[in-house]
Design a protein around this ligand. Structure first.
Ligand SMILES: [Zn+2]
Ligand SMILES: [Zn+2]
Length: 438
């Protein structure tokens, strides 16, 4: 029996490269059409939750491939379902939105689009986070999996998600019944292009992979008066400055040094004139962590420090600081489940070779892909990176991403063809593995 199993395992490893060679050839044949789509998406970016043209372009493509397509899920999202026998339900997500950034790449298909954000600010719009590569590889993966239907069994739920950059989209799709109106996933996959890896390289992190992101407002209230009569006032600027200083101890003195976190005061506004002590100062904070426990500690600590410092300053009880955590803007950390991450990383190493697959440290930025696993922690979930920095630029920078345009930069121009073909191959083999026939 053992021998038989061993033989079966050998047979499997022998057949994998044959299938893989066919796969990369098929993707190569698709590339001219895919690059035309990519350039079109790149030249026509749309802001978060304003995606109209983008889903209208992609939804019919999915219908043509035989998916059952539902539009306007979570305002502008698309859900495309393909049922193909018994087995797991695999969600593959791409995000659709662009950023209020005026493109400066100089590419022939650079965006000239302008739009007005929900906050009423008009600006240039650019796919500066590379979500156009995500959508193109997503469609390419759907094509491959539809063409290889005889090689897998299960259900594919392919989603185009709006509003990733504002952390609204995943929440909106879940609230609109993503897990109740459609088959509920047992697995979830996505990728993000990377400005910190050479083109065609895959990066992954097991466990916490993107940060919890919170926005916190502190309204420091004092008692205003004449700048020359400070003893008759309670100066909110002095108190605010004291709070800013004390907040630094949350990470440096209260957390385990191995537990990464950030408390940044990004805005401190108060006062109008040299000789007036204002009666209010407003601090705006971004707070980052990787676990629910650390997040709670930081948020509670901010409220405790604000109140404690106000008491020390003799602020009356009815003028205590008002600390508001903007729950609507919270993005939960992304957790790559270890079992799926490890099996997929091993699969990628076999597919692409050891040199092209590397473990990377998690960044302190947010990604609302984490919401799907957060909504049901039994879902095996993985988001991985696909490097987009052209090799020449990578070498010229000595492999130091700090010398290169980052994601969200108006100069970020990934080597799109490599990102799309690598991501398509990676998503397809990962899907075939998850949905393999038993
Ligand atoms: Zn982004
Ligand atoms: Zn992004």
């Amino acid at each position: 029996m053992k021998k038989l199993l061993l033989l079966a395992a050998v047979a499997m490893t022998l057949t994998t490269p044959v299938r893989a060679a066919g796969l990369s050839d098929a993707i190569k044949a698709d590339m001219p059409q895919l690059m035309a789509l990519y350039r079109d998406l790149h030249a026509n970016p749309e802001l978060s939750m304003q995606e109209v043209r983008t889903p209208a372009k992609l939804a019919p493509e999915m219908k043509k491939l035989g998916f059952e397509v539902t539009e306007k899920v979570g305002k502008t999202g698309v859900v495309a379902v393909m049922k193909n026998g018994p087995g797991p339900v695999l969600l593959i997500r791409a995000d659709m939105d662009a950023l209020p950034v005026k493109e400066q790449t100089g590419l022939p298909f650079a965006s000239k689009i302008r739009a007005t954000s929900a906050a009423g600010v008009e600006s240039g719009v650019m796919h500066a986070c590379g979500h156009d590569t995500h959508m193109t590889a997503w469609l390419a993966t759907a094509r491959r999996l539809a063409a290889m239907k005889d090689q897998w069994s299960g259900t594919l739920v392919m989603t185009l998600q709006p509003g990733e950059e504002t952390s609204e989209g995943a929440r909106a799709m879940l609230a609109d019944g993503l897990f109740t109106r459609f088959p509920k996933p047992t697995y979830a996959l996505a990728f993000h292009d990377s400005a910190s890896l050479p083109a065609g390289t895959i990066g992954f992190t097991s466990g916490p992979s993107f940060a919890n992101v919170d926005s916190v407002d502190i309204r420091v209230r004092g008692v205003g008066g004449h700048g020359a009569v400070p003893h008759a006032t309670k100066d909110p600027i002095v108190l605010g400055a004291d709070i800013v200083g004390a907040l630094q101890t949350l990470v440096s003195r209260e957390l385990d040094p191995q537990d990464a976190a950030v408390v940044t005061v990004g805005s401190f506004q108060a006062g109008t004139k040299h000789n007036v002590i204002s009666d209010e100062a407003v601090l705006l904070l971004t707070v980052r962590s990787y676990t629910d426990k650390t997040r709670r500690h930081l948020l509670d600590g901010i409220a405790r420090i604000a109140r404690g410092k106000a008491i020390a300053a003799g602020i009356p009880e009815d003028r205590m600081p008002i600390v508001t955590v903007r729950e609507r803007e919270h993005t939960p950390a992304v957790f790559n489940t270890p079992a799926l991450t490890e099996s997929t990383a091993a699969l990628f190493r076999r597919q692409f070779g050891e040199d092209r697959v590397r473990e990377v440290p998690p960044p302190m930025v947010g990604e609302d892909f984490g919401r799907y696993h957060h909504a049901d922690t039994s879902i095996e979930s993985l988001i991985f990176w696909v490097g987009g920095v052209p090799k020449g630029k990578w070498d010229a920078a000595g492999g130091d991403p700090m010398k290169l345009p980052s994601l969200h930069s108006p100069f970020w121009a990934p080597e799109a063809e490599t990102v799309i073909s690598t991501a398509t191959e990676a998503l397809t083999v990962a899907a075939l593995d998850i949905l393999k026939k038993t």
